[in-house]
Design a protein around this ligand. Structure first.
Ligand code: HEM
Length: 433
């Protein structure tokens, strides 16, 4: 189990800081501001033109807002920057990712040998839990935390834990271990929900809340308190950004060994910030459907697309109307990769059934299921007996092309037109005679 409580408290106490704006930038901007202001006032007094002063003030306001926005985001623990980075980072495919690569994996989480339980709501089988107690800093109220500031909600107590868990990559169906347990720096982007808030009018605490405070030696004295709890439970869809490590065929997502920079996030007007740890968040609903949603919206392939994808790097099999992406299975297929490659590029149902695959083989297949075929695109199979008795298959593809169909329509028309023309000419000649 990984105790992240101290990191959360430190984060809260870091107070005001000009970061991520470099101090050098501030040292340069401040004198520039005063020079610009003096020059524009001088122009206003001497030339009686206020345009320069107005433009300068507008520019200064824009720069100040940009810096203030960045400083504010820093105070809120870079949540906006990290979330923007998480959403803009491209999804990785665990089948293709290399050792040591920074990957973003989205998938359903499941517990490993250890699972967590939230301390207030007692939600079990979690991979991440966070319970935070805030108190309102106000004169006359007894503080729990001496480092607090006045007239705002201050973190008074924190319990935050994460543990190792499994993630099933929704892109490839491949499972990996996320080493978010002991010793790993985790940057959680999970929003806690407010469970209890006492107000000046209603400071009385419920017995459950009083007991929770008592168990942690926290004063149950009536004061303004807010309790928030957040968690990631087994079965929920999570997104992780970390480094891929392969050990004895086991895929692991571990904390990146070096600090990563988010780079400038211009879409949110944010300067670069450093990421020192593994990011754990929940996927952007719009862009990342859950596994269940994926299953319900499985891709419908056209026959043409399926038969095109038939090589070692991208191999689809069409069996019984279902489409299987067997690219990662080629090496592992007990019957060899050649038979699978030979069965690609066509309907492989007969080939598959002729082998008499076992029940196990059929269970393995499910792992590689990526969608189904659009039956309207499958060519109609015409079967006819050859003299020798073998069956020959021909597809609609051998049928007349569009040009031939047009000609089939045009030629009779032309003949008809020609016949009418001849008849007309014959009648005209007769009339002239
Ligand atoms: C997703 C598709 C497939 C899966 C998951 C799969 C899986 C397996 C498995 C597990 C075996 C071991 C024997 C068994 O348990 O039945 C096997 C054997 C074999 N498979 Fe497949 N297979 C697939 C598709 C195909 C296709 C399309 C062919 C085409 C002919 C094929 C040809 C063979 C052959 C020749 C053997 C060896 C049989 C033997 O030596 O006993 N397989 N396959």
């Amino acid at each position: 189990m990984n105790d992240l409580s101290n990191a959360a408290v430190k984060e809260q106490q870091s107070g005001f800081s000009c970061k991520p704006i470099p101090s050098l930038a501030l040292y340069i901007l401040l004198p520039l501001f005063f020079i610009g202001l003096s020059v524009s006032i001088f122009i206003l007094v001497v030339v009686h033109n206020a345009a320069f002063l107005l433009s300068f003030l507008l520019l200064s306001a824009l720069v100040t807002s940009f810096l203030a926005w960045n400083a504010l985001n820093w105070r809120h623990h870079n949540k906006a920057a990290f979330t923007c980075f998480l959403n803009s980072f491209p999804d990785s495919d665990l089948r293709l990712a290399r050792e040591g690569q920074l990957v973003k994996i989205t998938g359903v989480a499941s517990c490993g040998s250890l699972s967590l339980e939230t301390s207030y709501e007692r939600v079990g089988r979690c991979i991440y839990t966070s319970t935070l107690l805030y108190e309102y800093g106000q004169f006359g109220l007894k503080p729990v935390d001496v480092n607090r500031s006045w007239f705002q909600w201050n973190l008074a107590y924190c319990e935050r834990f994460s543990t190792d868990f499994y993630i099933t990559d929704q892109k490839s169906g491949v499972r990996a271990v996320v080493k978010a347990g002991s010793g790993c720096e985790v940057i959680p982007l999970i929003i806690e929900s407010k469970l209890v808030t006492t107000t000046k009018q209603c400071k009385s605490l419920s017995p459950h809340f009083s007991n929770w405070l008592k168990d942690r030696n926290l004063s149950a004295e009536a004061r303004l308190l807010r309790l928030e709890e957040g968690y990631l439970q087994e079965g929920s869809t999570v997104t992780v950004i970390g480094m891929l490590h392969k050990s004895n065929d086991i895929l692991m997502i571990v904390q990146p060994p070096e600090i990563i920079s988010t780079g400038c996030l211009w879409q949110r007007l944010l300067l670069p910030v450093d990421i020192d740890g593994m990011i754990l968040g929940i996927p952007d609903k719009g862009s990342n459907p859950t596994l269940e949603e994926m299953a319900s919206k499985q891709k419908v392939f056209s026959f043409e697309e399926v038969i095109k994808r038939k090589d070692r790097t991208d191999c689809l099999l069409l069996i019984d109307g279902k489409v299987y992406d067997v690219t990662p299975f080629l090496e592992d297929h007990p019957g060899g990769d050649e038979v699978l490659l030979a069965a690609a590029g066509k309907d492989a149902t007969d080939d598959f059934e002729d082998v008499g695959h076992s029940f196990d083989a059929r269970a393995i297949m499910e792992k590689y299921l990526v969608g189904e075929i659009d039956s309207s695109t499958v060519p109609v199979v015409k079967k006819f007996k050859q003299q020798q008795g073998s069956t020959v298959t021909s597809y609609k593809g051998d049928e007349p092309s569009l040009l031939i169909k047009i000609l089939q329509f045009l030629v009779p028309l032309l003949i008809l037109g020609f016949a009418f023309g001849l008849q007309y000419l014959g009648k005209k000649e007769k009339a002239e005679d």
